[in-house]
Write a protein that binds this ligand. Structure first.
Ligand code: GLY
Ligand code: MN
Ligand code: MN
Length: 432
């Protein structure tokens, strides 16, 4: 059985920081079509505070002198459990997940006004789900209606996510352990994909290898739709059709990561379909790799969030000039923004329970400072569509190199380190 003391500890920390009553529902279970559901994925904030993975659950936390965490969840129901599977039920959930109280979810609506009564502040994920907004407003109105019997109603409605976002931004040891495993599985999948690729195969056959390896190694699912983009498809940033044939002489860009116990990995590698880079492909690849190394060197405590991006852009801009795509100076090219013809996205994002994880990037208009415990991606790229300022040999080359990086004292640690990355490592791995 898993130890949930970490979740109880997180609730204690949050209860210390917020006033009044905080309400945190898990995600709704969405229909895919007719009566078939998408696989259920809990809400990341709810899961972070509870470790509870069942649908139809709500966490209520009451701050103050007698702080309390209350779970509302599905009741035990033998008939439903025969069809849908095991449920903890309130009694067992309270014990296993260390809540102070637990009740059936069916009791929440009736209990909600009393939970809000005489609280000055109520916090919940404001605006995240219209149904919840309506539910909260109805409950608040009901509390207002109790005014003549001496009950006061909350005057202050806040978004609970802001506090939790900041907690989630700093990963603890257990989270880093999981993220390392998640990245290790994704790395293994990328290595298998490299080995499985050859001219004439279809992109979806390689996607199948990725998904197969994720599941074989215990990850629950991909952490986002895998991008398996051969040749010119790599220049479509969110390409997910994955239905084209892989051609001799083309590159294959794979952006794929998995989710392990809620935690995402997010890795991109680009490699030759036939196992050998052409001179033009190698030139662009090594430029992107140099940009990634420059960006990685900027990932350390005290550096600004934007430093890795600026470092990558500088290397790429110089490269575009050296290759003859642009005339003029590096500073001029950066100033004009014209480098975006080939590099139009940013160099990374926070990574955690969500692939684009929570956490603000700027504080009072200033890029925030990197600190130990943060995890981010470093993912420069170069996407060359046919254009007059580019020799034809480079047309349709799309390359991205993406690693998952943990900020530690004095520098960083690459969680996705096992994935072959240099030209030599990739060619050796594919031919071994
Ligand atoms: N795979 C999504 C991203 O790289 O941001
Ligand atoms: Mn990414
Ligand atoms: Mn990615």
């Amino acid at each position: 059985m898993k130890n949930h003391s970490i979740h109880a500890e997180r609730r204690r920390r949050l209860l210390d920081k917020v006033d009044g009553v905080s309400i945190l529902p898990t995600a709704p279970h969405h229909l895919r079509n007719r009566d078939s559901h998408y696989p259920f994925r809990f809400d990341s904030h709810f899961y972070y505070m509870t470790g509870f993975t069942e649908p139809e659950a709500v966490l209520v936390m009451i701050s103050g002198q007698d702080p309390k965490s209350i779970l509302f969840c599905l009741e035990k129901d033998m008939e439903r459990e025969i069809w849908d599977g095991y449920r903890y039920g309130p009694e067992k959930a309270k014990e296993v997940f260390a809540f102070d109280e637990a009740h059936p979810i069916s009791a929440l609506e009736a209990m909600l006004p009393n939970l809000l009564a005489n609280q000055r502040v109520v916090s919940y994920p404001l605006g995240q789900d219209e149904k919840w907004d309506r539910k909260m407003l109805a409950a608040l109105n009901e509390v207002r209606g109790m005014g003549r019997s001496g009950v006061s109603s909350p005057a202050d409605i806040r978004d609970i996510r802001a506090e939790i976002d900041e907690m989630r931004l700093f990963k603890d040891e257990g989270e880093i352990e999981l993220m390392k495993k998640s990245a290790g599985i994704a790395s293994s999948a990328h290595k298998l994909a490299m080995k499985s690729t050859r001219p004439g195969k279809m992109e979806y056959e390689i996607e199948a290898e990725l998904i197969g390896e994720f599941r074989r190694m215990g990850a629950q699912s991909p952490s986002y739709n895998s991008i398996v983009a051969g040749g010119a498809n790599a220049c479509i940033l969110h390409y997910v059709e994955n239905n084209a044939e892989l051609k001799n002489g083309d590159l294959l860009l794979i952006d794929a990561g998995c989710e392990l116990d809620g935690y995402a990995s997010d890795i991109t590698r680009t490699f030759p379909v036939n196992g050998k880079f052409s001179p033009a492909q190698k030139a662009i690849y090594e430029l992107v790799l140099e940009a990634q190394y420059a960006a990685l060197a900027a990932v350390k405590p005290g550096a600004l969030w934007n430093s890795p991006h600026e470092a990558a852009v500088k290397v790429l801009a110089q490269g575009f000039i050296d290759l003859g795509f642009f005339k003029g100076s590096v500073d001029g090219l950066i100033e004009s923004g014209n480098y975006r013809q080939f590099y139009m996205h940013r160099t990374g994002h926070w990574l955690g329970l969500d692939v684009h994880d929570v956490g603000i990037y700027k504080k009072e208009e200033h890029w925030r400072t990197l600190e130990p415990g943060m995890v981010l991606t470093v993912e420069p790229g170069c996407y060359i569509r046919p254009a007059e300022n580019v020799p034809e040999a480079y047309w349709n080359i799309g390359i991205r190199i993406e690693d998952d990086v943990h900020v530690v004292d004095g520098g960083h640690e690459i969680l996705s380190i096992e994935t072959p990355k240099t030209v030599e490592e990739i060619e050796d791995w594919m031919s071994s």
